[in-house]
Write a protein that binds this ligand. Sequence first.
Ligand code: ADP
Length: 300
Amino acid sequence: KGPDPDLVEIEKRMENVKHKILVLSGKGGVGKSTFSAQLSFALAGMNYHVGLLDIDICGPSIPKMLGLEGQDIHQSNYGWSPVYLEPNLGVMSIGFMLPNPDEAVIWRGPRKNGLIKQFLKDVDWGDVEYLVVDAPPGTSDEHISIVQLLQVTGIDGAIIVTTPQEVSLIDVRKEVSFCKKVGLPVLGVVENMSGLQQPLTDFRFKKVTEIGEETDVTEWALQYMREKAPEMLDLVVCGEVFDSSKGGATKMCMEMGVPFLGKVPMDPHLCKAAEEGRSCFADQKCVASAPALKKIIQKL
Ligand code: ADP
């Protein structure tokens, strides 16, 4: 029996893709797609040729996160062409193939696996230095399939995104053990939504009387600071959102022997940038999240 023709084709397709990074999370909603998108923006900003592949079949959010909703996939003689956000940032998402983004996709494993295989086989990435693959949450059939298919051509490893709560970390332990089982290196764990950080100037200041009457004194407070203590205008207010008293991801990484890449705070400006399909690195308001993300990316 000869080699699997699909694998041969994937191998050929991936010949021009230098690095492959899989972004995983134990749960949905922890910021995996946000991280994948911002990682791609960062790498593209460093002048690398980047491909971002979204294979989250049941909840593809990459089109929205890159402002590419409603785009169609074009076919050329060389295969499916990614949608180019910048000349060096191509995006391919299962979301481009779904007629209605609000409709639930209920597919069984083999059909999902078939589509993932087709994506790896048929997308014409051209010469790419980094392929960032946004995987579905959890560890299912699709994950085994993606890893096995990518391993044929060599894969750098996985980044696991989590939030600090214990419920989320339990699932990260499962992700790490999955990676160990399938022989996929863990490049590291990112703790997202780790505390709230917001510039002081984003806040509304209110004066509350004894009988509960509120007056907005924001303008007055800002003017007071401008005059009396302008350095206060640069302050960033920090607080905890989730209980991370058990040590959070840092401790878990030490216990499991995997690298901890860093923390990204909850930042309303990152949320806004992500939802509008913009890079947080080009947004001066992302003072809390962009430097944190940059530090993490530099460690890779
Ligand atoms: P996942 O891919 O894990 O399901 P998403 O990346 O879709 O999660 O993120 C879920 C929501 O949280 C999105 O609205 C996103 O904009 C927001 N979000 C992600 N990370 C942060 C953060 N650090 N600060 C604020 N909002 C965030």
